[in-house]
Design a protein around this ligand. Structure first.
Ligand code: C2E
Ligand code: MG
Ligand code: MG
Length: 279
């Protein structure tokens, strides 16, 4: 039997591999070199479009490669362990900035802040203590902090994850399942974990108007599920007025997306709030 020839990586693959290696090498120390920053995307209430808070999103300006997508940054940081320090910084920085907006911006006192948490951070039994310290130092009301966990974070060891989520909830913070509907067993997470919020993945919104799409029924069912469990539902990735109107008719009350604002630099947040908050 003829042996198959060894696999020769195609140009694109080879390039991607080299880029991943470069990112892994460079992510260590990126924080200390001042290459990381945060952008803040508003979460709004429908139908008014008034902000209820923001989600903090990592940005990496690489000296050679320019802006690196957040997902690539996060996986490089997870693979090297750099995510622990980076994640701590994200939490500290975003909680501190939100504290300032709540006290300094007219009408801003009830805003909340969403922070994405990596599975690597959740694996650390000391993580709830880190969150407690950050809250104590900043003085932010714990219920103004929403920790966003993707289903890949919530992974197989349910007992351990449940204990971790419970420890976070005991601090008074809110916990969301992010990108809901894209993982494998969302319903067991809803059954077993004391989460407060579901973030409906943006792929369902993008697919809403495709002829024959099942996304409208799925979004409607998720809203029903959230409602009967007493959870908040935030729909992500709303880009058009048509999507907003379909979602509004379904009863969506919380959303985020380019329709209202792209992620903003922190210096632009007070100004954006100024034009959007009731006074
Ligand atoms: P995510 O938590 O689901 O964040 C929402 C993503 O959707 C963000 O991408 C945001 O810029 C993008 N987005 C918002 N509105 C729209 C829209 O209307 N249309 C479209 N097409 N996209 C929209 P981004 O900033 O590239 O972040 C990607 C992912 O990286 C995040 O997804 C999150 O999982 C992860 N990430 C970002 N920052 C952090 C962080 O500080 N820590 C951790 N662990 N993960 C983070
Ligand atoms: Mg998120
Ligand atoms: Mg998401």
């Amino acid at each position: 039997m003829a042996l198959s020839p060894p696999e020769v990586p195609r140009g694109g693959e080879q390039e991607a591999r080299t880029r991943d290696e470069t990112l892994r090498a460079d992510v260590v120390g990126a924080l200390e070199r001042g290459e990381l920053s945060l952008a803040y995307q508003p979460v709004v209430r429908l139908p008014t479009g008034r902000p209820v808070g923001f989600e903090a999103l990592l940005r990496w300006q690489h000296p050679q490669h320019g802006a690196v997508p957040a997902a690539a940054l996060v996986s490089a940081a997870e693979e090297t362990g750099a995510i622990v320090d980076i994640g701590h910084w994200v939490l500290q920085q975003s909680v501190r900035e939100m504290g300032r907006w709540r006290s300094e911006v007219d009408g801003g006192s009830t805003l909340m802040i969403g922070v994405n948490i990596s599975g690597v951070q959740m694996l650390d039994a000391g993580f709830p203590d880190v969150v407690r310290d950050v809250l104590e130092t900043s003085g932010l009301d714990p219920s103004a902090l929403l920790l966003e966990l993707t289903e890949s974070v919530l992974m197989p060891d349910t007992a351990r994850t449940a204990a971790g989520v419970q420890a976070l909830r005991s601090l008074g913070v809110r916990v969301a399942i992010d990108d809901f509907g894209t993982g494998y067993s969302s319903l067991t997470y809803l059954r077993d974990l004391p989460v407060t919020t579901i973030k409906v993945d943006q792929s369902f919104v993008q697919d809403l108007q495709r002829p024959g799409s099942r996304s409208p029924q799925i979004v409607q069912a998720v809203l029903g599920l959230a409602g009967s469990l007493g959870l908040d539902a935030i729909v992500e990735g709303v880009e058009t007025a048509a999507q907003e109107s379909i979602l509004g008719e379904m009863g969506v009350t919380l959303a985020q997306g380019y329709l209202w604002a792209r992620p903003l630099e922190p210096t632009h947040v007070p100004e954006w709030l100024d034009g959007s908050l009731p006074r």
